[in-house]
Ligand binder design. Sequence first.
Ligand code: FPP
Length: 263
Amino acid sequence: MTYTSSTVLVPDVSAVPRHIAIIMDGNGRWATQRRLPRVAGHSRGVDAVRATVEACARRGVEYLTLFAFSSENWRRPEDEVSFLMRLFVTALEREIGKLHANGIKLRVVGDLSAFDRRIQDLIRRAETKTARNTRLTLTIAANYGGRWDIMQATRKLVDEAALTGRPVEVSEEAFSEHLAMAYAPEPDLFIRTGGEQRVSNFLLWQLAYTEFYFTDTFWPDFDADALNHAIGSYTERERRFGRTSAQLETQSPQSQNADSLSC
Ligand code: FPP
């Protein structure tokens, strides 16, 4: 299993983040500033997705996770929601060949049962086609919410215990195996564009020791330079995982168990 918990073991830290998670915010404001309909910002947002995937692959990022549609986004006007669905389908149909040719594995996480059957089939086909790729795992979070993820993992844990007749195993390891992104390490770097500084029910469990980077840049303007800037900021951070700076100078990251140390 790839999942390693930053609160159980101190993870290995590399100069380039292994896993970047992004809240792509500011599409609507980008469009409004240009007197365009909000949805024009979403369309340009797809170009920024393409540029960011390419830049991450070039920089050697192993996992890129994008928050495309939250559990709460259903509250938007109906025509904006249906535009976003159509955009997602069109982008997936258009880009999947290129993703595959470039060694990118696609995963989609979230409560997909809310999407119509055609979208669900398209997602499954795209995931199957790219399943063996290893260069970069691109995860699209769609109808995803951090609380939904924690709830669905808990339900699976309880169901599993009921099925086997064994008591529920309440441990980080047993629980995290059921999270939607159990296949990925926790994000090293969280980026939110568009000037807001909140987590908005994204990967609540997994962001425990993630470095946060907020930028005023609207998502449609986010590109390779903006990504490099975010990675540059990350590289300057000291990731202590509960330890002191003095410990970092003398100890290898793998040798410490964060649980036994004070914060
Ligand atoms: C937030 O901006 C953006 C979204 C809710 C949708 C993001 C979706 C895309 C960029 C398309 C993704 C497509 C694929 C294939 C992954 P906002 O509308 O909240 O902007 P605002 O805060 O300025 O109103």
